[in-house]
Ligand binder design. Structure first.
Ligand SMILES: *[C@@H]1O[C@H](CO)[C@@H](O)[C@H](O)[C@H]1NC(C)=O
Ligand SMILES: *[C@@H]1O[C@H](CO)[C@@H](O)[C@H](O)[C@H]1NC(C)=O
Ligand SMILES: *[C@@H]1O[C@H](CO)[C@@H](O)[C@H](O)[C@H]1NC(C)=O
Length: 226
């Protein structure tokens, strides 16, 4: 946390010197940010501390068709992560994932997820979410990686690989919107806990024809890192 604040202070100093508008919203205050979780569940429990990062995720969920069950199984996801901490106390915040999804879902095939943030007032790309071989060596694990872009670029520990500890169906349209999740750190220094909430789309069709090709389903969500 101290290092984070220091980095922010350094970025602010850089802002004053270079007057680069790109740095202006680098250090938004997250101290008042609170996740809006359903009351009637215990699987997702908000930490008592303030989040380190509040982000909009824009990307795809990938699925493969199981030939034994003729249903889709998850094989990972790829998403761009935009800083929305600055928008937290604004009227736009509650539905920013819906606005982003509407643009993303209708975007031309060549449009990248990386370009969507700027179109919903969240141009600050903090990093990427994708799947990697699990640190255990077996299976895939989700990663949130800030090492290649944004204010943590070239900081080799600015990532977190997570393991799922909580999972609830999306409170609205759970057959369309992917589950809300809680995960804990298994590797990396970026955060100790990760939450995926306010999901829009991303679920696969309920069944598939055995032998059909893998599919990608566009989605958006909010990610909170603690
Ligand atoms: C997901 O599918 C897209 C193609 O739609 C591909 O580019 C990407 O590498 C896939 N990622 C994973 C993790 O499966
Ligand atoms: C919990 O509340 C949500 C609405 O917030 C509702 O959709 C869901 O059915 C409820 N679940 C249970 C188990 O009561
Ligand atoms: C690198 O990133 C990690 C995780 O965000 C952070 O704890 C650390 O302070 C950063 N180091 C520097 C030199 O900024």
């Amino acid at each position: 946390m101290f290092a984070f604040q220091l980095l922010c202070a350094l970025s602010s100093a850089a802002f004053l010197v270079s007057a680069s508008p790109a740095l202006r919203d680098d250090c938004c205050d997250t101290s008042k940010a609170v996740m809006n979780l359903p009351a009637n569940q215990t699987a997702l429990v908000s930490p008592t501390s303030a989040p380190l990062f509040v982000m909009l995720g824009v990307g795809i969920q990938n699925y493969t068709c199981s030939s034994t069950t003729s249903t889709y199984a998850s094989i990972g996801a790829v998403a761009s992560l935009f800083d929305i901490a600055c928008l937290d106390q604004t009227p736009e915040f509650a539905n920013i994932q819906i606005k982003a999804f509407d643009i993303w879902s209708e975007a031309a095939a060549r449009t990248t997820a990386t370009s969507i943030g700027a179109r919903v007032g969240a141009p600050n790309l903090l990093g990427f979410h994708y799947f990697v071989t699990s640190p255990s060596g077996t299976g895939l694990s989700p990663e949130w990686d800030f090492t290649s872009t944004g204010k943590f670029a070239d900081n080799s520990t600015a990532y977190v690989i997570g393991a799922k500890v909580g999972d609830i169906p999306a409170p609205t349209d759970p057959t369309v919107n992917v589950d809300w999740l809680a995960l804990v750190n298994v590797q990396g220094a970026l955060a100790s806990k990760i939450f995926r909430i306010d999901t829009v789309s991303g679920q696969p069709p309920t069944s598939c024809v055995a032998g059909s090709a893998p599919i990608s389903v566009k989605y958006t969500a909010k990610y909170y890192l603690y």
